[in-house]
Design a protein. Structure first.
Lengths: 466, 441
């Protein structure tokens, strides 16, 4: 029995490893499904042909030779779910909380390909996530959009050519950590605004000096005439800030209150920053028309609030109101547990706010894709898009439906029929069976690493803030 | 005996100071264990002025040689080399003071101290620590410092306890780096350290360029000032010396290599406990490794199984532990992972990665235990001896002068009362750069 068990395990692992590592893209034919395209209606008894990880054809009676076929009769097929706010797959620190501005740090440097949370998310139909810095700083670190190619290394996880992103944070978190914690700016919401403005101004000054030096140096190296320019050191922090101003880095801002959301839109208008997303945004419903007018996006919880003072004024109708006013809104998890059933979170928008099923599904597919700048490649089932797909036993918004198969680039990364008990990628030889446990909801993910420094008193206070 | 040795040491120091030739020294009737596994019994080893001049059965004894007769019971090994040792370093400072702005701490509070030179931290308390190194066969060690991200620069030390001025064999061979963040100040995380290293490089580059401009044309360019931290990075920025960067997991190793390729520094990888998972990449990038032998603890249930086997003779009927399939599956993976980590160095060698060893914070007692564990797990005496001597010397690019019992090599060796890998073997004499230390119980 022991040998048999070992053999089965070895087989599962080797199959998984081969799929994940060697075959980055696959060709697959999905047959006879109800296809929820998101952008082109729901199609009955429809096939999807995937060629080398890309959707080649959507229609009826499709055939292809030598291609793996999935019989999806009676099943629902939808685009892979995209979570615009996650702290999965990060190693050794979510928050570089020590300075109000740390734009130079990046999640790209600290991806953890061994996080089993990714496999759990795959089991909930999720195919891409936005890995984010925490919310301790006004301008935190850069994010990284990844595909859940569980089993691949850091490079293998990256969503190729996804736009760069960065985390901002307003309100209680940065004021508590920096103002109350260390008596440095910002102590108030006013201070938060000024941190952003001062940083942008300093970055623009830097850019003028640095550009002048780089240009003069280049000219001097060419002709060696006159005086060599005085070197100006490259400043990583200000380089990133300038990239934000120039639209190369998309801002995702942790925020709750309407007044502070309004404030940041004013600041961004002053500096010409466009295409940004307010994360959490519990009071966004109060200023939905203003958000729409500014082209601002929101990414919210379906019905999670009252975990600290600034999050008391909230409503489960937030998603519906934002949707009605034409704000591109997504529903996110910010949690290793919620991410496993984002379909339920989207369904709440239908239940509470009467949002259409398709619009609710948009909030976990194409809308987060828009917010991450990858909607030309994922987020809907269209010919030419990448084959990130989840297959469900019933309609994904039904509480009774479960995800059965999840594909990324056509490669199966989750299959309920081939789902070994232990999917850890790396085993620590010092961890005995009794010591290996599963982790539950990441109740304080956004403020990770901050608590331990402030001690228990700080932790109690900080637990009240997300 | 001790007094005689001290007198001889004093004589050596005075003579070397005046450039005079010293009397030769020799051990006769000893067993020589060479780096390549060859063993010569009833042999003699002779050295003068810190250099080996004769070895073998038929070695000539110079007329002036001071001879110690091994009486056929002593075993001589080439001096072991610790590729990066912290055991001679003072403890890390308690670096937790509050600072006004945690985002802008002073360099030292952030654990950024590349200006520190390890050799300057050998003090009155060092003899005892170095004696412990001698007992474990180390005659040469690369001295690193306890600290955080950038603890200091490394020196190769002769492990001598009986001389007043410790001999530095090679000064400032590299920069010690680790992903070890200071607590409570910037950079406090891995991502912060990655960014900070890049920024230090950019700042040092600009300062160096500014200083060069001023130096050549002081009337045109202002004096840019000095910064001992940034200035100490210049040799590494300019590719003159390598960074000795500690990393263990394949992900951290990838991060180090990413920084190397971005910033263009030379690299020796230190520790690399899971280096085998990155062996092909290390080979491709032509990176040498000073591997840790800080092995994982054997799983508890495996220890119990071994204990049961030992006690089997005593008990006729033994109750077999019943475990579920799930537990068994976990144990099988655990055992596989344990064995893989034990085979780390073998796999690095197999992939063609030049690999030596470094204790890098491991206690010497644990190091000896780990060497025995490796010996019990497919590592031959020869493999281990090569690793601790000539292979480590190769990584340090000093294999032409240390690591062998051979003419014209440094007289670095240890005399044990039994073969080193025997459990009760004890070092009797330690010879480093020709200086003899008698090791007391």
């Amino acid at each position: 029995m022991r040998k048999l068990s070992l053999l089965i395990t070895a087989f599962c692992f080797s199959m998984f490893a081969v799929n994940a590592q060697a075959q980055e893209k696959e060709s697959v034919l999905i047959k006879n499904a109800t296809v929820l395209t998101i952008t082109n209606g729901d199609l009955e008894k429809t096939d999807i042909l995937i060629e080398d990880g890309v959707i080649k054809e959507i229609g009826q009676n499709l055939s292809a030779r030598g291609v793996k076929t999935i019989n999806a009769e009676g099943k629902y097929v939808m685009p892979g779910i995209i979570d615009a706010h996650s702290h999965l797959a990060i190693t050794q620190g979510v928050n570089e909380w020590t300075n109000p501005v740390t734009a130079e740090v990046t999640m790209e440097d600290v991806l953890d390909p061994n996080d089993i949370g990714m496999y759990r998310a795959l089991a909930g139909g999720v195919t891409s996530i936005h890995v984010m810095h925490g919310s301790a700083n006004v301008i935190g670190g850069q994010g990284e959009t990844i595909k859940l190619r569980y089993g691949q290394d850091q490079e293998g996880l990256k969503f190729n050519d996804a736009p760069r992103t960065i985390k901002f944070a307003l309100g209680e978190n940065p004021t508590r950590v920096h103002g109350q914690g260390f008596d440095v700016q910002p102590r108030t919401r006013m201070g938060v605004e000024q941190i952003v403005r001062q940083t942008f101004d300093a970055a623009l000054d830097y850019k003028r000096e640095r550009d002048a030096y780089v240009s003069a140096q280049s000219k001097w190296e060419e002709d060696k005439e006159g005086k060599a320019p005085w070197p100006v050191a490259k400043n990583l922090r200000f380089e990133v800030i300038n990239d934000i101003i120039e639209g190369e880095v998309l801002v995702h801002c942790h925020s709750y209150r309407a007044d502070e959301i309004h404030m940041l839109m004013r600041v961004f208008n002053d500096y010409g920053v466009k295409n940004y997303t307010f994360q959490h945004a519990n009071e966004a419903f109060k200023i939905a028309p203003e958000l729409a007018a500014n082209g601002a996006n929101t990414s919210i919880f379906s019905d999670w609030w009252a975990y600290k003072f600034e999050v008391y004024y909230s409503t489960a109708f937030n998603a519906a109101i934002l949707n009605k006013y034409g704000v591109t809104n997504s529903i996110n998890s910010d949690s290793g547990e919620l991410i496993r059933h984002l379909n339920h979170e989207a369904a709440k928008a239908v239940k509470y706010g009467g949002v259409s099923k398709n619009d609710a599904l948009k909030m976990i597919t194409i809308n987060p894709a828009i917010q991450l700048g990858v909607d030309d490649r994922v987020g809907s089932l269209e010919v030419g898009k990448q084959a990130d797909i989840s297959i469900w036993s019933g309609h994904p918004l039904s509480i009774y439906s479960i995800c059965e198969t999840t594909l990324v680039d056509g490669v199966t990364y989750f299959d309920k029929d081939s789902d070994p008990d232990d999917m850890r990628l790396r085993i620590n030889p010092e961890d005995n069976y009794e010591e290996v446990s599963t982790s539950g909801r990441h109740e304080d993910a956004c403020m990770s690493d901050v608590f331990h420094f402030f001690g228990q008193e700080g932790k109690t206070a900080a637990l009240n803030q997300r | 005996m001790r007094t005689v040795l001290i007198l001889l040491v004093m004589l050596l120091q005075v003579s070397l100071l005046h450039g005079q030739e010293l009397p030769a020294r020799a051990f006769t009737n000893v067993t020589l264990h060479h780096h390549n596994g060859d063993v010569t019994e009833n042999a003699t080893i002779v050295w003068r002025n810190g250099t080996i001049i004769e070895t073998g059965k038929k070695a000539n004894l110079p007329f002036d040689a001071y001879v110690i007769d091994g009486g056929d019971s002593l075993h001589i090994y080439p001096g072991f080399i610790d590729g990066l040792a912290l055991w001679a370093s003072p403890d890390a400072e308690n670096n937790r003071d509050d600072v006004e702005r945690p985002g802008e701490p002073p360099y030292d509070r952030a654990g950024i101290q590349p200006q520190r030179l390890a050799r300057n931290f050998v003090d009155g308390s060092s003899d005892k620590k170095m004696e412990e190194g001698q007992k474990h066969g180390f005659t040469t060690f690369v001295m690193g410092l306890n600290g955080q991200m950038l603890p200091g620069q490394l020196d190769v030390m002769n492990n001598q306890t009986s001389v007043e001025d410790k001999q530095v064999f090679r000064k400032t061979i590299g920069l010690q780096v680790a992903f070890n963040a200071a607590r409570g100040v910037y950079p406090s995380t891995l991502m912060g350290m990655m960014a900070k290293l890049r920024q230090l490089w950019y700042d040092a580059d600009a300062l160096q360029n500014q200083q060069n401009l001023h130096e050549k044309n002081p009337e045109t360019y202002p004096y840019p000032g000095s910064d001992e931290v940034l200035e100490s990075l210049y040799p590494y920025l300019n590719g003159e010396k390598p960074l000795y960067f500690a990393a263990n997991t394949p992900e951290d190793i990838e991060r180090v290599i990413k920084l190397k390729n971005e910033l263009g520094f030379d690299l020796v990888l230190v520790s690399a406990e899971m280096g085998y998972l990155s062996a092909d990449l290390l080979k491709k990038e032509n990176i040498s490794v000073l591997a840790s032998v800080d092995l994982p603890e054997k799983p508890d249930w495996l220890k119990d199984e071994k204990k049961d086997e030992d006690e089997e003779d005593k008990k006729e009927e033994k109750k077999e532990e019943v475990v579920s399939d799930e537990v068994q599956e976990h144990r099988d993976k655990q055992l596989e992972s344990y064995k893989e980590q034990l085979a780390n160095i073998k796999k690095l060698n197999k992939a063609g990665v030049l690999t030596g060893i470094a204790t890098n914070g491991q206690s010497l007692k644990d190091w000896k235990k780990a060497i025995s564990t490796l010996n019990e797990n497919d590592y031959t005496d020869k493999e281990l001896l090569r690793l601790m001597t000539v292979e480590t010397a190769k990584v340090l690019e000093m294999d032409h002068i240390i690591g062998k019992l051979k003419n014209n090599y440094m007289a670095n060796f240890t005399v044990f009362d039994k073969p080193f890998l025997e459990e009760k073997a004890k070092a009797v004499y330690s010879i480093s750069a020709g200086i003899v230390t008698e090791i007391e119980e």
